[in-house]
Design a protein around this ligand. Structure first.
Ligand code: TRP
Length: 449
């Protein structure tokens, strides 16, 4: 086992290990909870098509940029920026923001993931309880949060190769098999065809600017971009690895899982005559209802929430790793100490989120946050606006301060992309991505999103 306390920096044990860990970070609640409800609200096929374009044209090139910054410096986001501009630069604030964002996102992400864990065992711990009462029960949500966060801490404590990589290699294949089982049940339901048609047939008449901006934002969120998670994972890559090829695998894997999530959900929803456009409640309120009406629904429901928990776990470990790697690299803390202290703080930070769904009135909708609640507030300002700002500053940093040509050279090491492809990539990193991210930010500022 790799030593936990020596300063020698770890690396991924194998190429496949890296791809599965990075794909694990990407594949999460974003694919199975957020993507389907956005597609449901965005009119199905038309949203899916726009989303795919955003992934290929924007998400993937920007992913290469984060990975190359990480591999170049072999450091966490703060260290990576410092390696380029030195200790006294204002750019370090961007790195610091990345670490802070990882901390905050992990706090509320663990709360939602805790609900998924709870729903997997709901028939045992809280049979018959509706979603509203479930999430408003302090003992339930806090215990589930502790369970989920505890597992995340244990994985990250094991280190890069023996913890994150090992568990990603075990969990992702399981996830895939469970998804296939649920898809099989969903598409064999009577009336499933209508859902598949809604999902795949693009109807552009309903396509609005709002939906396009949402698809762009989702492309960043789902690939874990905008806060240096991929800088951190890239920092454990050796110079021999091919960033472009590995990155493409991550994108493809992530996209396939998101598309498969649609095949689990839409056929079921249409077969049971439910509404696909119910927003964030889709997975926790509509699906359990759908499952309760279908043959074998009990088994399908447990399978679905187990797979949702697994997907969330391989993402939460990447959020924690960003923070841990900062303290290990920059503050010379041991991994054990970092995991223990940060884990404790994340738990404390997560409590207001956990209690914000009805348990404590002032934290919930209608309390001090007006028409939103503490969890949604954090998700909006850190998980959405914050990530867009992070992606903006990081793309400017990589494209202009470090230099797109330097980044391109880093990508070239270990790969053999043609000069033409690289020059297109440089153009995209310098101009297209900052511009597109500004559009997303404008969408938030003007209140379209
Ligand atoms: N991509 C994950 C998902 O789809 C969420 C996630 C994990 C994330 N790490 C991240 C999002 C870093 C943004 C940044 O659920």
């Amino acid at each position: 086992m790799a030593s936990l306390d020596t300063p020698a920096r770890e690396q991924w044990g194998s190429r496949l290990g890296f791809i599965l860990a990075a794909a694990g970070s990407a594949i999460g609640l974003g694919n199975i909870w957020r993507f389907p409800y956005l597609a449901g609200e965005g009119g199905g096929g038309a949203f899916v098509l726009v989303y795919l374009l955003c992934i290929i044209g924007i998400g993937m090139p920007y992913l290469f940029a984060e990975l190359s910054l990480g591999r170049n410096s072999q450091r966490n986001p703060v260290g990576a920026i410092e390696a380029i501009v030195g200790k006294r630069s204002l750019w370090l604030i961007v790195g610091g923001f990345c670490v802070l964002a990882g901390f905050v996102i992990l706090s509320y992400y663990s709360v939602i993931a805790g609900w998924a864990v709870g729903y997997a065992v709901k028939d045992v711990i809280a049979p018959g309880l509706g979603f509203g009462d479930f999430v408003a029960s302090p003992p339930l949500v806090i215990t589930l949060l502790a369970v989920f966060l505890g597992i995340t801490l244990l994985v990250v404590l094991g280190g890069v190769e023996q913890g994150i990589e090992r568990w990603s290699k075990i969990l992702l294949p399981i996830l895939l098999v469970l998804i296939l089982l649920v898809i099989f049940r969903a598409v064999t339901l009577e009336g499933a065809g209508e859902g598949i048609a809604f999902y795949l047939w693009p109807d552009f008449s309903g396509l609005t600017t709002e939906i396009i901006i949402a698809a762009l934002g989702q492309a960043f969120f789902t690939l874990s971009l905008g806060m240096g998670a991929m800088v951190t994972y890239g920092s454990y890559l050796s110079k021999k690895e091919n960033i472009a090829t590995s990155g493409i695998y991550v994108v493809v894997f992530n996209t396939v899982i998101a598309l498969m999530a649609g095949f689990m959900i839409f056929p079921s929803i249409f077969a049971m005559d439910m509404d696909p456009a119910t927003g964030p409640a889709l997975v926790f309120i509509v699906l359990p209802e759908v499952f309760s009406q279908m043959p074998l629904g009990g088994v399908v429901s447990v399978t679905f929430f187990v797979l949702l928990s697994i997907a969330a776990l391989t993402s939460s470990i990447s959020l924690l790793e960003v923070v841990v790697s900062y303290f290990v690299d920059e503050r010379s803390w041991s991994r054990k100490k970092s995991v223990a202290i940060i884990g404790g703080l994340v738990f404390v930070m997560a409590i207001p989120s956990a209690l914000s769904q009805g348990a404590v009135a002032s934290l919930s909708e209608g309390g001090i946050f007006g028409d939103t609640d503490f969890l949604s507030f954090m998700d909006y300002y850190v998980g959405s606006v914050g990530l867009a700002l992070g992606a903006f500053f990081l793309s400017i940093f990589i494209g202009w301060v470090w230099g797109a040509d330097e980044a391109a050279q880093e990508i070239m090491q270990g790969s053999n992309l043609s000069a033409r492809v690289l020059s297109v990539w440089m153009f995209v990193i310098r101009y297209i991505i900052p511009l597109v991210v500004l559009i997303i930010i404008a969408g938030y500022v003007t209140g379209t999103l």
